[in-house]
Design a binder for this molecule. Structure first.
Ligand SMILES: [Zn+2]
Length: 185
């Protein structure tokens, strides 16, 4: 049986996250790039859209059911989405109840750390208030100026985008800088 056929049988042709009886796509749960029965889940378009570009917080209330799935990649995906929403009390409550094997939790967290936190060129996590050195000349968007290599940015702030930090360059205006072009001091 093909991978997809095996997965369709596993999920009984319903979305493994929200249970929708809708056309399904096989989704490889990161960091895995290819769908296999162990690393993939079958999801509807709505769930796939919310994973890739979250818009509708309340859609994920369905996870309080699917987090009990025996399917490991479903658990991983449910945990990640709930963790993203943990400022919502219902999501935090669900997380508190959720149980995962340690190996599963490690997989789930692995994806999150790469997703949610900025890392410098050496892979060190950058935190609010850190001082960083810019490691190469960076053009400033919409300007002919550059942020020179070696420029120190003190007391950085984090942004909504984990790839970007922000900070005042040379005591001037605050700018966005790509985290991996910085080195933590
Ligand atoms: Zn769904």
């Amino acid at each position: 049986m093909s991978i997809e056929a095996t997965m369709l049988q596993r999920c009984e042709s319903k979305c493994e996250l929200c249970g929708a009886d809708a056309p399904l796509t096989a989704y490889a749960v990161p960091p895995h790039g290819h769908v296999t029965v162990d690393y993939g889940i079958m999801v509807c378009d709505k769930c796939l859209g919310e994973i890739e570009d979250p818009k509708d917080i309340n859609h994920w209330r369905c996870l309080s059911d699917s987090m009990w799935s025996q399917v490991v990649p479903v658990q991983v995906t449910a945990w990640r989405q709930l963790t993203r929403l943990n400022s919502e009390s219902w999501a935090q409550d669900a997380l508190d109840m959720m149980y995962m094997e340690e190996e599963t939790k490690n997989w789930a967290m692995q994806g999150m750390s790469a997703d949610d936190k900025p890392f410098d060129v050496n892979g060190a996590e950058l935190k609010k208030g850190d001082d960083v050195t810019v490691i190469k000349d960076l053009p400033i968007k919409g300007s002919t100026q550059v942020i020179k290599q070696g420029t120190v940015i003190r007391g950085i702030a984090l942004t909504d985008d984990p790839k970007l930090i922000s900070g005042k360059v040379n005591g001037g205006q605050s700018m966005y800088v790509i985290a991996e072009y910085c080195r933590k001091k």
